[in-house]
Each structure stands twice: as C-alpha cells, then as structure tokens.
Write a protein that binds this ligand. Structure first.
Ligand code: ADP
Ligand code: MG
Length: 676
C-alpha cells in the first residue's frame, strides 16, 4: 500500500539531508520529498556513445569503460591541475584528462566502471573530460539538466533526486483518473517520475514530458474549476448599496476627468457590485491607461456600502506606489488605508491586523503578505488583484476566502486573446480601457545600435539640461541574478563617469525593500537625475517628470516587457523618449527591435510576443500576461491545457473530487503557493 502523505514530509526526512541542505533546496522552491520527485529537468544533454573507431577527431562523445590505472593529479601554475588515468574500453585503452577538477580523483578507483563525457583526440587517443558520470547514473547517455542556482549544484540535486526516487517512488499515487489516462495515453505518475529524470532515449523523454504536462495542467485546472465552482455555489454575493452622493465627492476631488473608457469601466463594475451576484471581472488596459483610478472608484463604492476592500499586487514597489496614490485620493474622504508587505514591522503589523479585524481599517493594499492567516477582515466585500497572472490560483483563492463571496476585480496590463483568457483564468467578464487619457503625447521611440551611442547621449544631455529625469535599464536574466547585478553595476559605474555632474543612483532587485522604497521616493521627488535599474521598475511606477528611458541589450527582453518598461515614461504632458539599444544578430531579433520602435499598441506587441513564445522564446516571462508552468507552456501546449480544463470541469461538476490522493495534492499545492 502506498502512502502519499509520506511524500509531503520535509526533505530532511531523506537520509543525510540536514537543515543546511533543506534551506538550500528551499531557495529552489523545493521543500518536500514530493517537490524533489516532481522537480523536473528543463532539458537533457544527449551524451552520445560511439565505438572508438567511429569517433571523429574533436568530436564530443561519452565513453564508458573501466578505470585501468591509478588516477594521478599533477599540478602546475596557480590553481591549475590535470587529473589523468587510463580507461579500458573493451580491448582498447585510452587516456583521459580532466583539467582543474582534482577532486574527481576521490570518485575514481581502479576497476570502477565509469562514463566520461568529453572531446576526443583521435591521434593521441585521448579524451579531454568535461563531465564525469558514474556509469550507473547514466546508462542512457541522457543527462538531465535541472534549473539550479548558486546554493544548489546540478550534481548535488541529481543525487538527492535519485535518493528520493530510491526510497519513495513506491509511495507515489496517480492523480489523473485512470480512465482519463487511458483516453489520452498518459503515463502513470511513477512512470512519469522515472522517465523524466532518467529517460532511456529522446523519445522516452518526450513522452514523459507530454504526460507530465498534462498532469501539471490538470492540477491547475482542478484548482481553477474548484475556485469557480465554490464561488458559483453561493454566488449569491451581496448587493453593495453604495452611496452616489459620496462618490460624487471623489469625482470632484480628482485633478482630471475620467476618460470615456474609464467611465464605462466604472459603470460596468458598479452594475456588478450593485447586483447580488458576485462580481468576477477582469479590467484590461495598457500601461498608463489609468486602471488605478477605476480601482479607486470600486474601492470607494465598497466602502460607502459598508464593506472593506483589499488590493493585492505582485511587488513591494508597486504596493507602495498604489498605496501612496490611493491614500492621497481617499484620505480626504475619510477613508483609512494601510500598506501591508513583507517589510511591515512586527509591531506595526500587529496593530494593523487588529484594526483590519475590528473594521477601523477600510482598505488594505499589499503584496501576498495579505493572505497570511492573521489577516482577518471584519467585512471584506471587494478583492482587487493587480497583474493577476503573477499570482497562483491558490493565492487568489486564499485572499478571496477572507471575505464571504466578495466581489472580485482582476486587473492586467497585458491583454491576452479571449480563448486563452478563458482557459487560463476561467469565466470572467471583461472591461477594457482602450485609449490613453487625453493630453498625452505619444512616446518617441528609437532603436539604436551600440555604435550610435552619441545620438543617445546627445538626447540624454538635452533632457537633463531641461530638468527631466532618466531611467537606464539593463535586462533581467532570471537564470542569473548575479549577472543581472553585475550588468547594472557596470552600467552604473559608466554613467556615473560619463555624467559626473548628475546624480546617478543604482536600484536593483536584491536590495532590501526599505532601501528600494527610499530610492524610489527620492527619484519621485526629483532628487535623482539618472536611475540605473534592472527591471525591478517594470510595473506600475509613476514619475511623470522622468520622460526618457534607455534600455540596454533590449533584444534580451520580450516585446511585452519592453512595452511595460516603456510605459514608465510618457506619463506627463511633456514629450517622452525611449531608446532601445541592441545589436541583434538574427533577422528575427532585428525585426523585433523594429516592431518595438514603431508600435505603441500593447495588444499587437503581446501577439507578436506570443508568436515568439511559440518558437520557444525565453525572455520576458513575467510580463507576458500568462501564468508560468514548470513543465508545460501555455502557448505551445495550448491543446493539452484546454483538454485538461474540460476534464477538470467535468470532474468537478460530477462529483467534486472524492478522490483522496487528488484532494491531498490540491491541498498541498495550495499550501505551497501560499508559503511566504
Ligand atoms: P495604469 O495602472 O493603467 O498603468 P495609472 O492608473 O497608473 O495607469 O495611470 C497613469 C497615469 O495617468 C497616472 O499618473 C494617473 O494619475 C493618470 N491618469 C489616469 N486617468 C487619467 C485621466 N482620465 N486623465 C488624465 N490623467 C489620468
Ligand atoms: Mg497599474
């Protein structure tokens, strides 16, 4: 009998795993044995094995054989070394050298069977080893490559995963119902695990990935289907009897008039709130189109009707910005708004919890700190989720559960095609802000190569002389935070040197939140002339006097993300400039730079981005408007996603999952998403 619950035990239940390793694994999002088993490689190195006489000079191959001589390390120069031994392959003996990996010696002994991957020199009968694999670990020659970071090395992870497989594979229970698996010809969960980590060949790996993708989408769609059904069961939400007289005061206090699109969105939202059906609405609008004000109207209406409201956003900077803006608008109307993030001090936090519960606080704005269990509302009537694709279903659910069938307003700056939206978010009505507020000048965009930096500097000098501020942005490459930082630091040095009489400041993602806030506040106050950043400023930041942006290595961003970044400027009445600096090598890279320089239509750019993603684009994940999955890809595997949705909806309608193993997984996934 298998017992799935054992799998949810912390990784420290594995032999030889202590708290240090557990902490390292946590940095990859791996907490339990289950997480380890389902932490899949993102690709495989195909290590080709060939008979010796078929190998060409300089070819990369994997050779399997038996260690024939005592491995010997010779050292030369500073930190340089060569590890050599002879390897017997059937009746031949070749030489193997590993440079600068002396520690490998400990894993070798005469008579041991090993596999070595490297580059073969035919004349010398010598293999320069890149990689050493104990033969048992890699019979197939498909070496799994996992996403790792500086805390956890590839090799260590492989051995931990193998350990987990050895001891716990038999506890894994299938969660996709048998019938469905047959219908779609899917592997069992145990088979998925074995084949994903140790495929025998490329076809194996492909089939396993197909099954793993379905499984992943199925879990997601079950969550979504349950979310929707739970809301529908009692979607007898309450009608919010808001006070139009009070709301007129808000309108009067605004420094501008709402655009026609904004008015229409507010009306649609008000109709939903006024009905006794629960509101489930998505507000789409390009960056800078003015979604925040619309949200403020929704919030204020809920408050005049006697309810509290919560606004959840993905980053701390954005939470702070929203808070400042919304508090400024609503405070004069007697509304109490607070900011709650991971950085809120314990004492203050306790006070906030108390006042949320007793109802003194009307509006809470924050990051996913909002879903902590201590946050208990007196009467939560409206939940707003900004950039909702950045949150997991479980996170959204957790916030929604804090009210009794509260109205839900999701906001996104990245429109996605309707069918895709249905598949990814479930049933929602859509309001759209199509036009930017009037009086805005379109941003002038240009693509410059690095040999045209003189043009860029000339424009910068002109803008700085006129008292305007500038963003200088370098790409965020999610695989390597350290590299991001290095890029940004180098750029900071360079601009500080090139603009000695300007105040140049660096802002990056690894700074403590309080420091980021401080820098943003100084920038907003005009005390900083050039702000050098990674893409931490990507969403929501609003400083109208900053009307120029330079984006370095622009070809490393996705189009949607470039558009989001650019949306930080063009917010005032003055002319804004955006310069994309890139030296793309490929035609598609050049085409992308031309598109971004020529079009300001977010929808068009999103579609172009989707096309690129179809071709396996790696960049700009966070800004695509789509949720990210570990194995599957929403665009490439759309059909699987849609099939999984159908299956899940049927299952939920029929029975609610009375399937214990599935229930446990769903609970576990929810728990995991809500980990802070
Ligand atoms: P979004 O969240 O959609 O990116 P914001 O809500 O931050 O956009 O609005 C961008 C800027 O436009 C803000 O400075 C806001 O005050 C301003 N704004 C919003 N609506 C209008 C309007 N109708 N007329 C003029 N300015 C507006
Ligand atoms: Mg916004």
């Amino acid at each position: 009998m298998s017992n799935q619950v054992l799998l949810f035990a912390p990784v420290t239940d594995l032999k030889g795993v202590g708290t240090k390793t557990a902490a390292d694994l946590a940095s990859l999002g791996i907490y339990s044995i289950y997480d380890l088993l389902f932490y899949f490689p993102f690709r495989y190195d195909e290590l080709q094995t060939l008979p010796l006489d078929q190998i060409m000079d300089g070819q990369k191959v994997m050779l399997k054989g038996i260690v024939a001589t005592e491995p010997f390390v010779s050292r030369f120069g500073y930190k340089k070394s060569r590890l050599s031994f002879k390897l017997r392959i059937d009746h031949d003996v070749i030489m193997v050298n590993f440079f600068n990996q002396p520690w490998l010696k400990n894993q070798l002994e005469i008579g041991k069977e090993v596999a070595v991957y490297g580059k073969y020199n035919v004349a010398r009968q010598t293999l320069s080893g890149f990689k050493f694999v104990a033969a048992k670990d890699n019979d197939s020659g498909m070496a799994p490559i996992y996403p790792v970071n500086k805390h956890v090395k590839q090799k260590k992870l492989v051995s931990l995963i193998n350990l987990a497989i050895d001891d716990f594979l038999s506890e894994v229970v299938d969660i996709v119902p048998e019938k469905i698996r047959q219908k779609f010809k899917l592997m069992s969960d145990q088979e998925i695990i074995v084949k994903m980590h140790h495929p025998n060949n490329g076809i194996d790996a492909k089939l396993a990935k197909r099954s793993a993708t379905f499984r992943e989408f199925f879990i997601f769609q079950m969550q979504l289907a349950l979310l929707t059904s739970r809301e529908n069961e009692n979607n007898q939400g309450e009608a919010k009897h808001y006070d139009l007289k009070e709301i007129a005061k808000l309108t009067k206090s605004l420094p501008f008039e709402l655009s026609a699109d904004q008015k229409e969105a507010v009306n649609e939202i008000y109709a939903d709130m006024h009905s006794d059906q629960q509101m489930r609405r998505l507000l789409q609008g390009d960056v800078g189109s003015g979604k925040t004000v619309v949200a403020v109207y929704a919030i204020f209406a809920a408050i005049t009707a006697g309810y509290q409201a919560a606004l959840m956003v993905p980053t701390e900077i954005l939470a702070t910005q929203h808070f400042n803006k919304i508090d400024e608008l609503l405070r004069p109307l007697g509304v109490r708004t607070v900011l709650l993030t991971g950085n809120t001090k314990t004492l203050e936090r306790r006070e906030i919890y108390k006042e949320i519960t007793d109802g003194t606080i009307n509006v809470v704005i924050g990051t996913h700190a909002l879903i902590q269990k201590n946050v208990i509302f007196k009467k939560l009537g409206l939940v707003i989720i900004d950039e909702q694709h950045r949150f997991g279903v479980g996170q959204r659910q957790a916030l929604i559960n804090k009210g009794e069938c509260p109205d839900i307003l999701a906001m996104t700056a990245t429109p996605i095609p309707r069918t895709l939206a249905l598949t990814v978010y479930g049933e929602m009505k859509v309001s759209e802000i199509r036009h930017l507020p009037s009086g805005r000048k379109p941003i002038i965009s240009a693509w410059k190569t690095s040999s045209q930096m003189d043009d860029v500097y000339a424009r910068m000098k002109q803008q700085l002389a006129a008292g305007f501020q500038i963003y200088a942005v370098t790409p965020l490459i999610s695989e390597s935070e350290t590299l991001d930082l290095k890029n940004a630091e180098e750029l900071f040095e360079k601009l500080s040197h090139d603009f000695p009489d300007q105040k140049v400041v660096l802002l990056h993602g690894q700074m403590p939140g309080a420091q980021k806030d401080e820098i943003m506040a100084a920038f907003a106050a005009g005390e900083i002339n050039i702000l050098v950043t990674t893409s931490v400023i990507e969403v929501g930041v609003d400083v109208p006097n900053a009307n120029m942006m330079i984006i370095y290595n622009a070809d490393r961003f996705g189009l949607s993300q470039l558009h989001q970044l650019r949306g930080r400027i063009g917010r005032g009445q003055t002319q804004s400039y955006c310069m994309f600096i890139a030296d793309p090598k490929t035609d598609s890279g050049k085409a992308r730079m031309r598109i971004i320089a020529e079009t300001t239509d977010g929808f068009k750019l999103a579609e172009e981005d989707l096309k690129m993603r179809g071709e396996g684009d790696l960049f700009g994940k966070a800004q695509s408007g789509l949720p990210e999955f570990r194995v599957g890809n929403v665009v490439n595997d759309y059909n699987t996603l849609a099939a999984a949705q159908k299956v899940a909806q049927k299952l939920v309608k029929k029975s609610n999952p009375d399937h214990q193993a599935l229930k446990e997984i769903l609970d576990y996934e929810q728990l995991k998403q809500n980990r802070i």
